[in-house]
Design a protein around this ligand. Structure first.
Ligand code: LLP
Length: 421
């Protein structure tokens, strides 16, 4: 459920007409709903009720300061994967003890910054990384709390580019080697082993892969305890999928996911962390774009819009489907037409949808890409020298620009010309 609904034929973001925002900020832009962000965070928080837990929002999904502050105010922790994300979380007022540091290649500098500024734990991805965290901790005279990310060799049954839990993926250490790696970690004086971390992929639409992974984590917890390690915290990663279409085969709900966590891991008495990103932000955001031209093709029409693959790369990169709806609803019963919906970038890959049946659209009309709140703005680039598009946050009947559109001069003047030119 989200808060982008039609009222009398006009698309609203909560209580604000989307067309009104478009008139104020120009197109294209991203628009987020506070109520949806809050609702999705609470769903997870409530799903884990009864277990000691922390929901650490995977801020890679959408990392605007205003979004982080909205979630942090509800008690969210943050899952960060770079020094940049760590700095953003701190800047948004998230205390270090609520920030977990994931990511497959943390640099010495990033580790240093997190250990100096405060960190809940590092999710260690390899033995060489473990050695560096130990060294930096000793240099600073602190002890770094760690979990080790284990790779359970489970098929997440999702798009290959976002599956992370198979042995062929670059993530974590093979679960078969875990006991050996934990023994090594326990021997390093700069580290304190506190738990286990696992994350098997993103946009999972079934619970079964989670079950397989969590059962393996439960077994490993018992084995590590028998080896003398104090395992008090389990970080279960993110990955629960969202409905991108309004069909019947919706992914499992957070409540069902929470029940699975309790069933597979509840008996261990560990504190649970989860790292959802997409489910919190995905359906809390839309990208609004204006139709520039409608061009006749041989067997279809091309709807050329002012948003492009640099603004929302998911269709080009993952063949992802986004529902695309008009901001002004068409009259009931009007015959649909067949459109390829494309951006202006000079690549055929700049195609948002092929042969999409939609109500007739004309140049100047506004359309909205639904489910664009996660992995939308954060994956944008300035390809074709298109400035990053603004982000807007709605809260009830108010809205605010939370990142403005840079001017062309600002974009160009980031370049510097060498003296010899
Ligand atoms: N934790 C870790 C360690 C992760 O790598 C990720 C996502 C998450 C949590 C959050 O997963 P989520 O709950 O959002 O599924 N750009 C792709 C998705 C990449 C996901 C990367 N890791 C897309 O647009 O589909």
């Amino acid at each position: 459920m989200d808060h982008f609904l039609y009222r009398d034929g006009a698309l609203f973001a909560e209580d604000v007409p989307v067309a009104e925002i478009a008139a104020a900020v120009g197109t294209p832009f991203y628009c987020y709903s506070t109520a949806t962000l809050e609702r999705h965070f609470r769903l997870f928080d409530e799903a884990l009720e009864g277990m000691e837990h922390l929901v650490c929002y995977a801020m890679k999904a959408a990392s605007n300061q205003a979004i982080l502050k909205t979630l942090a105010a509800l008690g969210a922790g943050m899952d960060v994967v770079s020094g940049g994300e760590y700095a953003r979380a701190i800047a948004a007022g998230v205390p270090g003890e609520r920030i977990v540091f994931s990511g497959v290649g943390k640099t010495r500098e990033e580790i240093h910054a997190a250990l100096s500024g405060g960190i809940r734990q590092f999710n260690v991805e390899s033995e060489p990384e473990m050695a560096v965290i130990n060294e930096v901790a000793l240099e600073l005279g602190v002890v770094a709390p760690i979990t080790v990310r284990v790779n359970p060799d489970v098929d997440a049954k999702t798009h290959a580019k976002i599956a992370t839990g198979k042995s062929e993926n670059k993530f974590g250490i093979p679960i078969s080697r875990a006991r050996e790696v934990y023994a090594h970690a326990a021997s390093l004086p700069g580290l304190k082993v506190i738990g286990i971390d696992v994350h098997i992929g993103s946009q999972l639409t079934q619970l079964e892969p989670f079950r397989l992974a969590y059962e393996k984590v439960a077994q490993l917890t018992e084995e590590l305890r028998a080896d003398g390690h104090e395992i008090t915290r389990l970080d279960l990663g993110g990955g629960l999928g969202i409905p991108y279409t309004r069909s019947n085969d919706a992914p499992p709900l957070p409540t069902e996911y929470g029940a699975l966590v309790k069933e597979t891991l509840g008996h261990l008495g560990c504190e649970i962390e989860i790292e959802p990103g997409r489910l919190i932000a995905g359906n809390a955001g839309i990208m609004v774009s204006k139709v520039i031209y409608v061009k006749e093709g041989e067997d279809r029409e091309f709807m050329i819009v002012d948003g492009a693959m640099n603004d929302l790369i998911r269709p080009a990169m993952y063949e992802a489907h986004h529902d695309i709806v008009p901001v002004v609803e068409a009259e009931a019963g009007i015959e649909k037409r067949r459109y390829d919906i494309v951006g202006p970038v000079c690549e055929s890959g700049d195609t948002f949808a092929k042969e999409r049946m939609m109500e007739p659209i004309a140049a100047g009309d506004l359309i909205a890409f639904r489910s664009a709140g996660a992995y939308g703005a954060v994956m944008a680039s300035e390809y074709n020298s298109r400035p990053l598009i603004p982000e807007v946050l709605v809260n009830g009947d108010q809205f605010a620009v939370i990142r403005r559109r840079p001017t062309l001069d600002e974009m160009i003047n980031r370049d510097t010309i060498p003296e010899w030119l």
